[in-house]
Design a protein around this ligand. Structure first.
Ligand SMILES: [Zn+2]
Length: 415
């Protein structure tokens, strides 16, 4: 266990915060620090084909140790941390044999990690937790995933009696700013399928996510002196307001859960002459997702028809862009990869928690790039902030899950 703690700490103490305002890859030069460190470590452990490309994407191989054909599987995680909270000067604290009470993260600043607010903590009574000192995020998202993958590969190399096929591992920059998969060379990776180790609580296994679109609406108005405005002024802000009020009122993020989709207005800015509304559409079902996009188009048409005589041109213009799609469509034809992960967890006494992600993952993008890619827990909680923590026992279990998946994949191929 100490080995895993040391490895994890050697990663989180390197600042790798990504930056959405940068066009470069990686978005911040400091991500190279950990990337280069990882390359050295992988070589030292004895992985083969260790490569790092111009964009800091790392790949490496553990070769097959059996004489029959086994599909090549991959394990993927990201080494950047979220720009939502600082990742500089992370000072991890280790809480051994957690007693189920409040954890004082920072006495001076009075920052407390409390199970009365974060109830999940109570799942880990008696375990060893790694927390922050209350001034930074921890970076378990996703350096826990990297720790687990590296530790699992080391275990396989040191224990050749465990039989497995070829394994590829991939570490990416810039996942937190939505670009982790963008420059991932799927052909070079050469795996039949892979798993991202980027989930949260122990047992999590995900292969469904939202279909997602972004919508930009521009409402146009006519500004006239308010004293002379009767029958002439068109206030674009009020038009936008009318449009928003016609969206299904119960289908918003704050009133939906599980497989329920939504419209979410997330930006509104305007004047009399012009108002911009941005909203996002989310739905697990492709059919309902398309219906949601159609509804917007229909509403736009109706608005334009209604105001055509008065305005002379379209009064609202809509731009609808697909963002990502539900990976289920790509994973279902190879459902055995989910079953293998599920079996691996059961074999290790872990209760699989299979649920649909209400968001997207790098795995969904990779799945559409030809690499079916469910997501597995990495063990951390409260990502992207100062209350982030990870139970060491969950990291150990995730490491064992990776090893077991490799083993089960070979066993399935031998039959
Ligand atoms: Zn992550």
């Amino acid at each position: 266990m100490q080995h895993i703690i040391d490895r994890f700490i050697s990663y989180v103490t390197v600042d790798t915060e990504s930056d959405p305002n940068s066009e470069a890859t990686p978005s911040t030069a400091k991500q190279w620090d950990l990337a280069n460190q990882l390359v050295e470590e992988l070589k030292q452990i004895g992985l083969e084909d260790v490569t790092i490309d111009d964009n800091a994407y790392i790949m490496a191989t553990v070769p097959s140790n059996v004489d029959f054909e086994v599909p090549t599987i991959g394990f993927i995680s990201h080494f950047d941390t979220s720009p939502d909270f600082t990742g500089a000067n992370v000072k991890p604290q280790i809480v051994e044999n957690y007693d189920g009470k409040d954890i004082v993260l920072n006495k001076d600043l009075n920052i407390v990690l409390s199970p009365s607010y974060f109830e999940d903590l109570l799942l880990y009574k008696g375990q060893t937790l790694i927390t922050t000192d209350g001034t930074t995020l921890l970076g378990a998202d996703d350096k826990a995933g990297i720790t687990e993958i590296v530790s699992a590969m080391e275990h396989l190399i040191k224990n050749p009696d465990i039989k497995h096929g070829k394994i590829r591992i991939g570490f990416t920059p810039d996942e937190e700013i939505g670009r982790g998969a963008h420059k991932f060379d799927v052909a070079k990776f050469g795996a039949d399928y892979a798993y991202t180790m980027d989930g949260s609580q122990i047992g999590e296994l995900e292969y469904e996510n939202f279909n997602a679109a972004g919508v930009k609406l521009i409402f146009k108005g006519k500004s006239v002196h308010p004293g002379y405005a009767k029958g002439k002024m068109i206030n674009s802000m009020l038009l936008a307001n009318k449009f928003i009020s016609k969206l299904p009122k119960k289908e918003v993020p704050e009133k939906t859960t599980g497989y329920e989709g939504f419209f979410h207005v997330n930006h509104l800015q305007g004047s009399i002459e012009e108002t911009e509304v941005q909203l996002i559409i989310r739905d697990h079902s492709m059919k309902k997702y398309k219906e949601r996009k159609k509804l917007i188009e229909k509403m736009v048409k109706k608005f334009n028809k209604k105001y055509a005589a008065k305005f002379g041109e379209d009064i609202v213009v809509a731009e609808i862009n697909d963002q990502y799609f539900n990976m289920k469509e790509k994973v279902e034809p190879v459902m055995h990869i989910v079953h293998i992960a599920e079996q691996a967890m059961k074999d290790l006494g872990i209760k699989p928690l299979i649920k649909a992600i209400r968001g997207g993952t790098d795995g969904s993008q990779l799945s559409y790039m030809g690499l079916p890619c469910p997501n597995i827990f990495a063990g951390g909680h409260n990502f992207h902030g100062k209350y982030e923590y990870v139970p060491v026992e969950s990291m150990v279990k995730a490491t064992e899950v990776i090893v077991r998946i490799a083993e089960l994949t070979a066993q399935r191929a031998e039959k």
